[in-house]
Design a protein around this ligand. Sequence first.
Ligand code: GUN
Ligand code: FE
Length: 433
Amino acid sequence: MSNSFFLKGDICWSASPHSLHTIEGGFLLCKDGKSGGVFSEVPKAYEAVPVKDFSGKLIIPGLTDLHIHAPQFAFRALGMDMELLEWLNTHTFPEETKYRDLDYARKAYGLFVDDIKKGPNTRLCVYATIHVPATLLLMDMLEESGLVSFVGKVNMDRNSPDSLREDDSAAATRQWLESFSKGRGGGRGPYKNTAAILTPRFTPSCTDGLMKSLAEIQKKGGLPLQSHLSENLKEIEWVKELCPASENYGAAYADLGLMDGPTIMAHCVWSDKKEMELLAEKNVYIAHCPQSNTNLSSGIAPIRRFMERGIPVGLGSDVAGGSNTSIFRAVSDAIAVSKLRQVLVAPDEKALTLEEAFYLGTAGGGAFFGKLSGTDFGAAGSFDEGWDFDALVIDEGNLADTVGRSIRERLERAVYLSDDRHIAGKYVRGVPL
Ligand code: GUN
Ligand code: FE
């Protein structure tokens, strides 16, 4: 059992979307990059397996960011007094244009990858830009980091500044996938932790012809797909004008064949009953991005309703709509905005509990990584046997308390108060970063 080890500490993970497992002084087994389960004592059969002792520290699953824009990292926290469409035109598009320059991309993506590596997220679904060379560079840098990611070259061929409007976005996408299939740096070895995801930016940026070509590319390659849906009221009005024949914004994607594979849709703030039915039928993963939805005046997504309908939900930072990369922040914001929604908008939609929001930030989003064709990724975010071994060791150090606390209370304080300095260990697929 050369690739096995135990982590010893105070272990906490989701037992269900609504409850936690907690074991004080427990032993978490890693076997060939997968969880072998959690034990209160080392079982006889595993006595020879080494134990890494983190006694007194909290051990939890790695967090998944289901929606982040890597090229927006460098301008976080600017334009946060604007709404979505004004912010895209003023800050986002001019910044993303810079990634046609590989030297700029190397510098800015370097800062991005360093930040994520130091933080609590172990998995991410990433938007790059329209630029093929810079997207491949980002994929190489993420692969190098040991993090697990889906990365998308962004598609844009209408309603975009000239500098970001592609002549043949589908052809560029095929070229990107072709280069990616040759391996890192165009042949330096296979990608193990990085995979491709189709990324039409959103309906206003993509012609029907482009969307149909992407659906064909998806069918051939079995690729997952990510986009934005029903984020902001002005955006939704615009989509109604652009797609008068579609029943709703979600249908504008589905009618063109873009919800037939594994799909993530970010936001879904304004999804109505019909759109929810479609999302449920297509098993679409929703990336809930509460900080972004607040910063860009988008609204408060009906997460309780999605959960009740069994629609899969994870959390996203949506940097730079969101300013913070840590999914701990998304967990606390998901709780906060759900309370405002209950008080101000929908009294019958109970606010999220800590257990529920923690689930969304771990197994909820991490489940998207399980059983996707073309990768050997497993699902992450749980310590149940067989899940990928993504784990964080949190040294609460100066969060220490005047009194002894339960593991659940310590988790809650870590979510709200910890930062990167409290991370004493980080493992992705069994590998320490
Ligand atoms: N919709 C289209 N593009 C974007 C983006 O970059 N960020 C957000 N939050 N929404 C978008
Ligand atoms: Fe986004």
